[in-house]
Ligand binder design. Structure first.
Ligand SMILES: Cc1ncc(COP(=O)(O)O)c(C=O)c1O
Length: 379
């Protein structure tokens, strides 16, 4: 695209305010340990793509009238995630979302379209957005108790499903809960359906963070298409590290075909939740997968576990009752005072807090954090 005829220049006050914002963000980034966003990336090679009004509207696998898109690169990203989730090439389709929430909504939408009278089961530890999704989709649902470690309580699920045996279950399975990093027992869930002779059911896996951890550990809990799930949502701004929130939704093609509509206006198939879709975020994920590579992510995840172990050890030494699940980098511990929570941007729930040893979090961060925890007088 040629140089635009005129570019509005920022006035002095605007430039100063942006400068202040940048400095404040830079400072906050130094203490960012509570949320699962990878701050280690470098996408400056991609800045020039901001010169185009890009839009990935429509199905990434179907040509459209809107040619300023990055569908080709989006498809390559999806292919990698299809392989990581053990989806078969003939059976599994996907698209890039605005984040984990959209992917979760998509999964429940497909489940509800398959079983309009279905009942959604999800645990107490499920991400807060799911309750809102269920309200938006106006689907019947029942919350199931969680075990103290954050996994869905299979006994409560069994009993609840048994009472509603006449209605197809749609299970919203957590693959790494928000607060404790717990993975619901998907084989255990399927066993319940077998035991109760329930043949029609749908399982969606919310693998927001762990979808980019479990492919790289030695003994992953069963969580993906191999484990019998029907759809998966993974966030792109979490382990991969996209500076703009995004995600990947993968689902069985047969269920996607049920909701697809041909749209003349854009000359493509409407198979996604959003109409206009971000075309820059596929480039971020593509670039990360291309530069860091899957071996690089395996190494990076391994390093995250080392820092997580260090954090558990140091927090226990400081008397904070820290622990983590075997395949999770979410370190749970006793909730500290509000000053510490704010300074370190910790996520808190009831009496617990967590920190997440994402790739930018080092042992040096943990040492500074523990030192701050020790300064009891400060609030
Ligand atoms: C387990 C889980 N599911 C879903 C979400 C929502 O994902 P997003 O913020 O990408 O929409 C989160 C966010 O932290 C999460 O932890």
């Amino acid at each position: 695209m040629a140089e635009p005829p005129s570019i509005a220049r920022l006035d002095e006050d605007g430039a100063r305010r942006l400068g202040n914002l940048y400095n404040a963000l830079e400072k906050e980034a130094g203490n960012f340990v509570g949320y699962p966003c990878n701050g280690r990336f470098d996408y400056r090679d991609l800045f020039h793509f901001l010169a185009f009004p890009l839009n990935n509207v429509g199905d990434p696998f179907v040509p459209s009238n809107f040619h300023l898109n990055t569908h080709l690169f989006e498809r390559e990203v999806l292919e990698t995630f299809r392989q990581l989730t053990h989806g078969s090439v003939d059976d599994v389709w996907g698209y890039m979302t605005n984040g984990g929430t959209e992917g979760n909504m998509y999964g429940i939408f497909l489940g509800r379209e398959l079983f309009p009278e279905g009942l959604v089961y999800y645990s107490e530890d499920t991400h807060y957005s799911v309750n809102k999704i269920l309200r938006c989709l106006h689907v019947r649902n029942i919350m199931i108790k969680s075990c103290p470690d954050g996994r869905i309580d299979l006994e409560d699920l069994r009993e609840t499903v048994r009472i509603h045996r006449d209605v197809p279950p749609i299970v919203f399975a957590n693959v790494g809960t928000t607060m404790k990093g717990a993975v619901d027992d998907i084989p255990g869930i399927r066993q319940i359906f077998d035991d109760l002779a329930i043949q029609s059911y749908y399982i969606h896996a919310d693998a927001a963070l762990s979808g980019m951890i479990l492919p790289f550990v030695e003994e992953p809990e069963p969580w993906d298409f191999d484990a019998g799930v029907d759809s998966v949502s993974i966030s792109g701004h979490k382990m991969v590290g996209s500076p703009i929130p995004c995600g990947v939704a993968l689902a069985r093609k047969s269920n996607v075909d049920r909701i697809a509509r041909r749209i003349e206006y854009v000359g493509t198939l409407d198979t996604t939740l959003s109409g206009s879709r971000n075309a820059i975020t596929p480039l971020f994920l593509w670039y990360a997968l291309r530069t860091v590579g899957l071996d690089g992510f395996r190494r990076m995840v391994g390093e995250c576990f080392e820092v997580a172990d260090y954090a558990v050890e140091q927090l226990c030494r400081a008397g904070r009752n820290a622990w983590r699940h075997k395949n999770s980098i979410t370190v749970v511990f006793d909730r500290p005072n509000p000053g510490v929570v704010s300074r370190w941007q910790l996520a808190v729930y009831g009496g617990t807090a967590h920190l997440i040893t994402m790739p930018h979090v080092t042992c040096e961060h943990i040492d500074r954090f523990i030192a701050d925890l020790g300064e009891k007088a400060r609030t």
